[in-house]
Design a protein around this ligand. Structure first.
Ligand code: PDD
Length: 286
């Protein structure tokens, strides 16, 4: 049984309980982070901690934990649960005011709810799916306008994954005003020749921590990076495509809306970026 963290305590997962009045439960009033673990170490921890701080700030929530406290909890959970490869999920909600009310509770009276738990995923780095690549479909992006805040409102991304599954695909890319925003739980890229194309940062997409690292490594490796909008038509005509996220790292995409990219197998750029990302981020893992 997992040991999880809830509001200052380490507990067996079956004993960790949150109020029915928690605003995360009633209103999706909360934010989260997913940090991967490789070789028992945290990948891009400081990036995730910084984005958490930003998400909380954008929602007028205070962070009850310092960066060092957060790191200590992550490490304690990795150690208590014997995680070599996997993920740490962290969620902070505006807490449980004891009733349902749209108005935010007084932060002096209602403390945030802090939950962290581990997900053990042996073989995460050597995921066989990376050799095959993903089939994706496109769906309309009907989410709200602050996708840069990593909130727990994940109903539409869940529905997107279900639409993909129903269509015999693995995942979905969301499209708004004719342009791809991002994947249901990842950032989206296409490759044309030696050029990596991905949407620029704005409130319309999550500012992926993996995205930032991968683009930095790509530029350091003298690859061309263009941050601009692209359409599904352009993507279907691309040489390669891929997605990035803390749980998938760099994952090739081999089919979009039924059209195979190239010969329908992962190309050269995405697998190379995956290798570089795994090597480089392990060097700075803590
Ligand atoms: N998802 N875009 C969306 C909509 C996401 O949900 C995620 C992450 C990303 C990639 O961000 P990062 O590289 O920081 O993981 C982009 C996480 C992994 C999840 O929901 O499980």
């Amino acid at each position: 049984m997992r040991t999880v963290y809830l509001n200052g305590e380490y507990l067996p997962e079956t004993e960790a309980r949150v109020s029915i009045f928690d605003r995360g439960f009633l209103m999706a009033d909360g934010v989260y982070e997913v940090t991967s673990v490789l070789d028992g170490k945290l990948i891009d921890f400081d990036g995730h901690a910084a984005r958490l701080q930003r998400s909380l700030g954008e929602l007028d929530m205070t962070n009850p934990l310092t960066r060092d406290e957060l790191l200590a909890i992550h490490r304690e959970l990795v150690s208590r649960n014997g995680i070599d490869e996997g993920m740490i999920y962290l969620q902070i909600t505006r807490g449980a005011p004891g009733d349902r009310d749209f108005v935010f509770p007084d932060p002096d009276e209602t403390k945030p709810t802090v939950v962290l738990f581990t997900q053990n995923k042996p073989g995460l780095a050597n995921n066989p799916v990376a050799k095959q690549g993903l089939k994706i479909i496109s769906v309309n992006d009907i989410r709200w306008g602050r996708r840069d805040i990593k909130t727990v409102q994940l109903l539409y991304p869940s529905m997107g994954k279900m639409m993909a599954r129903k269509a015999g695909a693995d995942d979905a890319w969301m499209v708004e005003d004719g342009y791809v925003t991002e994947g249901t739980s990842n950032n989206a890229y296409i490759v044309k020749g030696n050029k990596i194309i991905t949407r620029a940062l704005s409130n319309n997409i999550l500012h992926g921590i993996t995205r930032a690292a991968v683009l930095r490594f790509a530029r350091e490796a003298q690859m061309d990076v263009e941050e601009r909008n692209f359409t599904i038509e352009e993507a279907r005509d691309a040489d390669e495509a891929f997605v990035t996220s803390a749980s998938a790292f760099v994952m090739p995409v081999v089919e979009i809306d039924g059209t195979k990219l190239g010969d329908g197998t992962p190309g050269k750029v995405a697998p190379r970026l995956r290798e570089i990302y795994l090597d480089e981020s392990l060097k700075t893992a803590i």
